[in-house]
Design a protein around this ligand. Structure first.
Ligand code: ADP
Ligand code: DP6
Ligand code: CO
Length: 357
């Protein structure tokens, strides 16, 4: 008897231009385009195994070893249904000898090797790994861009984790969402000196999920409307140009400005949402001062902080500054030993500084 099983893993991505707001909550169509960097290292990944079997009585999911409900009509159910549909249309209807896996239920087990729901983009790597493992299981002859359309319906940010390097999620204009997908802006090899330092300030589960937080922002924030109409389009063009020109100073300026505006929009929500804490703000102050000194010396900005929906800092910098920045953070946060976990490089370089314990 055949065993139909496949395992895939996917990395997180951390946005420089933040996605925050949906114009369609069912299809997960965003109110603005966004742009991120995919963190290609082993430290922040989801690994997902899917198995199809005629004996299974329902679709089931285990996340980090604990069974989670697959809600009918929910995002997980939608992604699984879309993948089964592709299996049928792209494989079974065309090759009648292939087993009818689309009619079997699936059991799915996924593990994150980093904190789940703590603002480190677990929903992004999680749904990217899910669609990747099902695509393998079903032997689908489809492109990353098609998979990004499906991952998007699990979690918006997940569509960007189907590509490495610098990735945009074009918001699109169609009501069916077929033009709301991820596109590669530049491969990792275009700017291999780019690194990301992850400062785990807290691995607690966030109080307000990204999904409910952004929904509340859409319903109540007037600042969001300004951001969507007048800020993000210009920033998307400017940061794409900065990446293409490998202009770190411009990349850093835009990245920090957009993190700031995202958190301002969260604060402009009713009731307000606070994702950063005192340690997050102290890290901002440190990076601002570090850049001020560098700019004064005529070198331009050398580091860019950004925060997702949580207190944990991601600092983008070029490889030549990694050591200096780690030393700076460790010097100013000796009390954080034990709460800052790994600080490491993006794209391969293993700059693991154990600021944590
Ligand atoms: P984060 O900042 O970590 O992305 P979110 O609030 O956006 O937090 O999403 C967290 C949710 O994403 C989890 O509660 C879970 O439903 C889902 N999720 C996280 N990891 C996985 C995974 N590996 N596979 C499937 N779903 C996942
Ligand atoms: C702040 O993709 O997690 O990380 O689509 O509801 O699952 P859902 O939300 P999610 O939101 C991510 C928000 C962000 C910014 C970003 O990644 O662009
Ligand atoms: Co998320």
């Amino acid at each position: 008897m055949s065993v139909y099983q496949a395992t895939a893993s996917a990395p997180v991505n951390i946005a420089c231009i933040k996605y925050w707001g949906k114009r369609d909550t069912k299809l997960i169509l965003p109110t603005n385009s966004s742009l991120s960097v995919t963190l290609h290292q082993d430290h922040l990944r989801s690994t997902t195994t899917s198995r199809a079997d005629p004996s299974f009585e329902s679709d089931r999911l285990w996340l980090n070893g604990k069974e989670e409900d697959i809600k009918a009509g929910g995002r997980m159910a939608t992604c699984i249904a879309e993948m089964k549909r592709l299996r049928k249309e792209e494989v079974e209807d065309k090759q009648p000898n292939e087993p009818k896996l689309s009619s079997y239920h699936v059991h799915i087990a996924s593990f994150n090797n980093f904190p789940t729901a703590a603002g480190l983009a677990s929903s992004a790597s999680g749904f990217a790994a899910l669609v990747s493992s099902l695509a393998q299981l079903y032997k689908l002859p489809v492109s990353p861009s098609t998979l990004s359309l499906i991952a998007r319906q699990g979690s918006g940010s997940a569509c960007r984790s189907l590509y490495g390097g610098f990735v945009a999620w074009e918001q699109g204009t169609r009501a069916d969402g077929l033009d709301s997908l991820a596109v590669e802006v530049a491969p990792q090899s275009h700017w291999p000196e780019m690194h990301a330092l992850i400062c785990v300030v807290s691995d607690d589960k966030k109080g307000t999920s990204s999904t409910s937080g952004m929904q509340r922002t859409v319903e109540t924030s007037t600042l969001l409307q300004h951001r969507i109409a007048h800020v993000v389009p210009k920033r998307m063009a400017a940061i794409s140009a900065a990446i293409k020109a490998r202009d770190f100073d411009a990349f850093a300026q835009i990245t920090m400005a957009d993190s700031n505006q995202f958190h301002a929009v969260a604060l402009d929500t009713e009731p307000p949402i606070f994702y950063m804490n005192d340690v997050s703000r102290a890290i901002i102050a440190l990076i601002v001062e570090y850049n001020r000194v560098s700019v004064e010396k005529g070198h331009g900005r050398k580091a860019a902080y950004t925060y997702d929906a949580g207190p944990n800092a991601v600092i983008y910098t070029l490889k030549e500054n990694v050591k200096e920045i780690i030393e700076l953070i460790v010097r100013y946060f000796p009390q954080a030993v034990g709460s800052f976990k790994d600080v490491f490089g993006l794209f391969g370089g293993v700059d693991v500084a154990q600021t944590g314990g």
